[in-house]
Design a protein around this ligand. Structure first.
Ligand code: NAI
Length: 419
């Protein structure tokens, strides 16, 4: 078996981490037990490009239980947990190609290594695997039955491929399941981005001003949790509806050019490019902390910052100090990459439980139905989404009411009105 990881000797440590995550992933575990009995993925090859974390390891175990052959590479050069990569290779026989801190060339070499297994189904987080396949390995496209996509930015890229008529097979947008974005993007990113900032800096949030760029699902979560820690929160937006929502949720809203002078900590979560520019950073207070929770490392102009800086040094793990020509310092976390994965452990397992339950069920759905689908981006079927919510509630010991026959009739009729 081929693989490329940091150190096989880390495998036993990784196994403990995977088991630790597993007990907080009851929905995925239940699906794994069902897959073991029913083998819905028998004979299917899955090429996966995901953050190589302990939660992802449990997804890989689930796919294997279903009968699939899998290969895994990282969807971000800084998010790999090397001990988990080792455990996947040694204890679960998964070919993993991922080393934390790999350079861009190695990152793409690893994507190619996964494509070498000639996948029937692709599983992507950010669409780098799918776009490499479409740009550089077109000869393999005919073999691929379908794919899944984990995150907002990937779904946006894939929709644009479908619009231009270049997408060669159907994709299920796992991100757009309610049991994904309402929980993973909001509560997952909300908690883990704050966790990343705190682990990197140990900064006191109480009484500080934190600027959150983007009031989407991730931004809402970060703003909500930062307020909970006692920070004053400023939101920046480009969408008037989202900006209005932020105002009514009680946050200050203003353009980044104004917020730049006020913030102590800046977090971007927009999926957009150059949201924090060099001009913004030149206006910031001495010692401002800048980081990103969006998918790609383009939200903060890191290249521009490197160009203007008169001095750069790593002051502690995950924190680079940039001295600007005006003498002020900027502390950039995790090189501007996903702060929650690069400076902490990513989302808590209990939230990834739902995201990856959607992944597992979507792959099983594709195995059965891909031939009925067009070359387009599809939502997770509603019944799978509701199944995940039902299983999660059950695992939490929470019961809910069910509609009576009278209520079902009432809710589907138009005749009854004012009595
Ligand atoms: P979303 O589409 O719900 O929200 C993005 C928001 O940013 C929108 O309201 C948009 O109007 C706003 N925006 C766009 N350009 C802006 C600008 N220049 N200034 C201010 N606001 C701007 O997207 P979601 O789900 O919140 O995802 C955001 C990013 O986070 C994506 O790249 C996504 O892939 C990534 N993501 C990261 C996770 C993590 O673990 N850190 C988890 C889930 C998603």
């Amino acid at each position: 078996m081929q693989f490329h990881i940091k150190d096989e000797a880390l495998a036993d440590e990784g196994l403990k981490q995977i088991e630790w995550a597993d007990w907080q992933m009851p929905v995925l575990r239940q699906i794994r037990e069902r897959f073991e009995r029913e083998k819905p993925l028998q004979g299917i090859r899955i090429g996966a490009c995901l953050h190589v974390t302990k939660e992802t390891a449990n997804l890989m175990r689930t796919l294997i239980a279903g009968g699939a052959q899998v290969a895994l590479c990282a969807s971000n050069p800084l998010s790999t947990q090397d001990e988990v990569a080792a455990a996947l290779v040694k204890h679960f026989g998964v070919p993993v190609f991922a080393i934390r801190g790999e350079d861009t060339e190695t990152y793409y070499k690893h994507i190619h290594a996964v494509l070498d297994i000639q996948p029937d189904i692709t599983m992507d987080d950010g669409a780098d695997l799918v776009s490499t396949l479409h740009k550089e390995r077109r000869d393999q496209l005919a073999k691929v039955r379908g794919g899944t996509e984990e995150t907002t930015t990937g779904v946006i890229r894939l929709r644009s491929m479908a619009r231009e008529g270049v997408l060669a097979y159907p994709i299920i947008a796992v991100n757009d399941a309610y049991t994904k974005f309402l929980f993973d993007n909001r509560y997952g990113t909300g908690q883990s981005a704050i966790d990343g900032i705190l682990r990197a800096t140990n900064f006191l949030l109480a009484g500080s001003t934190i600027v959150v760029a983007g009031y989407g699902w991730c931004g809402r979560g970060i703003a909500m949790r930062a307020r909970g820690m006692g920070a004053r929160v400023i939101v920046t937006e480009v969408n008037p509806l989202r900006a209005l929502e932020a105002v009514m949720d009680g946050f200050e809203v203003m353009p980044m050019a104004e917020a730049a002078e006020k913030g102590d900590v800046f977090v971007t979560a927009t999926g957009d490019v150059r949201v924090i520019t060099v001009e913004h950073m030149l206006k910031m207070k001495d010692g401002a902390i800048v980081c990103n929770a969006g998918h790609f490392d383009v939200e903060v102009d890191v290249k521009g910052l490197r160009q203007v800086a008169t001095k750069v040094r790593r002051i502690r793990p995950s924190v680079d100090e940039f001295t600007l020509p005006n003498g002020k310092r900027i502390f950039l976390l995790a090189e501007g990459r996903l702060v929650n994965l690069a400076a902490a452990e990513g989302h808590p397992a209990a939230v990834m439980d739902m995201s990856f339950a959607n992944q597992a069920l979507s792959v099983a759905y594709l195995a059965q139905h891909a031939h009925e689908l067009a070359k387009d981006v599809y939502p997770v079927p509603r019944e799978l989404d509701e199944e995940v919510a039902r299983l999660k509630l059950e695992s939490m010991g929470i019961k809910i009411d069910t509609l009576t026959p009278e209520q079902q009739r009432y809710l589907s009729s138009w005749e009854e009105g004012t009595e």
